[in-house]
Write a protein that binds this ligand. Sequence first.
Ligand code: GLC
Length: 581
Amino acid sequence: MIKKNYLLLLLIVTLGCAQWSCKYKTTAEHAANTDSIPGKKWWKEAIVYQIYPRSFKDSDGDGIGDLKGIISKLDYIKSLGINTVWINPIYSSPNDDNGYDVSDYRNIMKDFGTMADFDSLLKGMHERGIKLVMDLVVNHSSDEHEWFKQSRSSRTNPYRNYYHWWNAEKGKPSYRFSLFDINHDAWMYDSTTNAYYLHYFSRKQPDLNWENPKVRSEVYDIMKFWADKGIDGFRLDAFQFAAKDTTFPAFPKGFEKHFSLYYAMQGNLHKYLQEMNKEVLSKYNVMSVAEGAGNSFEDAHDLVDSNRHELNMAYAFDGVDIAKPGGYSLLKLKEVFARWDSAFASNGWLSIFLANHDQARLVSRFGNDSPEFRAPSAKMLATFIMTMRGTPYYYNGDELGMTNAGFTKIEDYRDMPTLNEYRHLESTGGDIPKFLKEKQFTDRDNARTPFQWDSTANAGFTTGIPWIEVNKNYKTINEAAEENNPNSVLNYFRKIVKLRKENPLLVYGKYTLLDKDNDDVYAYTRELDGKKFLILLNFKSKPAAFNTGIDISKAKLLLDNYSKPSDGNTLQPYEAAVWEL
Ligand code: GLC
């Protein structure tokens, strides 16, 4: 019997491997044994691949990516070597903000499919050893959520206090800044009950009242619903803004320039997180990550200090915010990453990322998307993210080195805040050409264009009309072409992911910054239990010298993004090298 089962298992494994290794080149995996490492956690060893479902793969020709599309690409996802996926919101939503406006937290958005599709997706991921982290959007809901419909219907409705209302007979409430509103006014007047409701984001995203225990317990129930289905984690969207002083005191004039100081980590936020931890997170083997880490190290620490029982990790924006249209300072980037690393060197954990669905493309912002340097700079950036301490997050398409779409007309854009800002400028006589120029580099739609699968129509993303235009460069930059090229960004990405998985020092090891004042080269070591790696990254489009004080003549080169690596003390443009010392 045992023998029979064993043979069956062997057959399944062999067939399974044969099925996807013919399409995707993968290398044998040797996930390192990290059992003896203190503070070891699976989510520290996670390599997170972020999927933007709307733009990943369309299965039914309606021009919108969907769950069945993702299912059809699971073998590709697995072939990257990543072990965790974070998927942007897939719940029912009228899509004012592409799913970040949820109208039913227990159902799947029609555009994306059904709950049965979700169950198959989760099963397919787990079968491949991939964990799934879902977005939890509970600073606000959609105005089309049943709670809000009830809440706005009368002042005495039992759901009234699920949101923040200000009765108009008291006069206008103190100004609150809205990030997405056309007038940036976060109070929206609603004539049904002669009152204003609060929305830090768009008018269709009213803020939930976290001071109401009923709201909190509804959210915990929603979390349990998904955790019981077997998901592996939550990314808490905009959660740092959830707690509010409901007396709504006046803030100083001009506060909106630093709104985070007034909005983030207020009131009882930490108490709510401790409650959430007790009620839900502690009861499941799930990871938790907050978008935003407050305004100070204390804030960040309090969020992720394991003794406080709140969350596992958070991500701050200081790093990602550095890239500007005119370029950025590598010294500043080093300073930010070194600072955050030191803050969590002995307690707590952080996320490492330079791109996501709220940013323009990684290679266009932090690398160089010219034909000459796109591939080396994309590989160099992958080396950076995969060799830092913290949990790396990589946004879909960046593993191919996809670039900014660089739209030139407002008609090409789909993102609601961009369209609102444009309308605002139009009505106030603002400088529209300047705005469009800036958006070419910064707009988040740059990173939301369809995933480029191949060189067929619409990059193989859909047989219909894509909801947003495909990047014009899809004939040359696409997955199929990169699959066939051993030197592609994609195949390099697989190698650097594998290196991270096989070397726990890249996860847990001490980080030491070298050659700190070098404005071209980012150099550092990672070390653990007597093993030490040196990482050398040239962030510039010219050869660059470095001086780490380390003799590499006897070191072993583990990976380099050039086929002819340089030795000595100079790196080629955007060269990345990982040495074992
Ligand atoms: C977060 C999301 C962003 C969304 C906003 C409002 O910042 O990442 O995409 O627009 O929250 O939910």
